[in-house]
Design a protein around this ligand. Structure first.
Ligand code: HEC
Ligand code: HEC
Length: 288
């Protein structure tokens, strides 16, 4: 082999390593380019009523679904766009981290190491009230720790490349894209319904609840066509108006999470979502 060719061949791995290093470096910089919010302090006493309320919030907002039914943590090896996401042991994490660090992760998408999170859907929790968040923290700290050996998470080259090209935002950015709650809702039932929907359904139905092209979820104004019994059946049993019992993802989250909503929460949710039929659908948003 001529000397020139062997030098060229030697260069290929060196170039590959350099490019990987560059993608890694730029993506790390982006993940670290976030600002921690002002320090949060829990507003709740950890009495039994608060802990019970916190458990209800934790259940209905889906923390058990990803962090495990005993909060023991879970590995998402099947999420190949991430490489390996690991939802940590939440009962343990809640005791290790202070209120401010927990709040930064849950409501702002910023992890304990000061980097933006990637897989944890903090955009869905951005509008959680101080009271509900505090009750949730009280519950998580009271939950028994179930030991579980978890591997280290890995953010793969694909995800890092998306961060570099701006094709996919990290979680702290997603949080900033969540529309504000409407302050001009004078009806307290609608206000309550908006709060529940914007901390529950916007995980999958678009940040403004009007549908998400990525996951193909419908505009929730469809609820205007649901009678009270049909809506209750969808929420409690995961069965659609047309009688579908296996709506992808939806039937599962309904049975695991929404079945726990109280009658009062369901009434507020249906009233607010039905009212969307009279509102224009915002255009020019990244998720549609
Ligand atoms: C869709 C799955 C999913 C849901 C739902 C979810 N999490 Fe997570 N969570 C994750 C993953 C994955 C991580 C690891 C960080 C990452 O990859 O973004 C994480 C990380 C965390 C962390 C640790 C952050 C750190 O810096 O170590 C906390 C705290 C947390 N989640 C709390 C919650 C709470 C509270 C809820 C419910 C309100 C919740 N999570 C719901 C997937 C989820
Ligand atoms: C974890 C993701 C997720 C969450 C959270 C979620 N949905 Fe869905 N939903 C879906 C998916 C996925 C579909 C099905 C899209 C399709 O047809 O393939 C769906 C479908 C629906 C449908 C149409 C059912 C049909 O086929 O007629 C309604 C109505 C609906 N969801 C209401 C809600 C409401 C109300 C909430 C909040 C309480 C909610 N969803 C929260 C994922 C979710």
């Amino acid at each position: 082999m001529s000397r020139r060719i062997s030098i060229a061949l030697l260069c290929i791995p060196a170039l590959a390593a350099l490019s990987y290093g560059a993608v890694f470096g730029v993506s790390e910089n982006r993940l670290r380019d976030v600002e921690r919010p002002p320090a949060f302090m829990s507003v709740a006493e950890a009495d039994s009523a608060t802990v019970a309320h916190g458990k209800h919030i934790t259940r209905t907002r889906g923390c058990f679904g990803c962090h495990g039914q005993q909060l023991e943590g879970r590995v998402f090896d099947e999420w190949d766009w991430v490489d390996r996401a690991v939802a940590p042991n939440l009962a343990r994490v809640a005791r290790e981290l202070d209120d401010a660090t927990l709040e930064a992760a849950i409501r702002h998408g910023i992890g304990r190491d000061g980097r933006a999170l990637w897989s944890m859907p903090s955009y869905n929790f951005a509008h959680l009230s101080d009271e509900d968040l505090s009750a949730m923290i009280a519950f998580l700290r009271s939950a028994p720790i179930v030991e579980n050996d978890l591997p280290k998470p890995r953010l793969g080259l694909q995800a890092r490349w998306w961060i570099v090209t701006g094709e996919e935002d990290h979680m702290a950015q997603w949080v900033m894209d969540v529309p504000a709650l409407r302050t001009n809702l004078s009806d307290s039932l609608l206000k309550r319904g908006e709060y529940i929907a914007m901390t529950t359904c916007n995980e999958c139905h678009g940040l403004d609840l009007r549908g998400d092209w990525l996951s193909g979820t419908p505009d929730l104004a469809v609820i205007a066509g649901y009678t009270e019994p049909a809506f209750r059946r969808l929420m409690k049993e995961g069965i659609s108006m047309a009688g579908r019992e296996d709506i992808p993802l939806m039937s599962m989250v309904a049975r695991d999470r929404f079945a726990n909503f109280t009658d009062e929460e369901l009434a507020a949710l249906r009233a607010f979502l039905s009212s969307l039929i009279d509102e224009p659908v915002p255009q020019d948003v990244s998720w549609r």
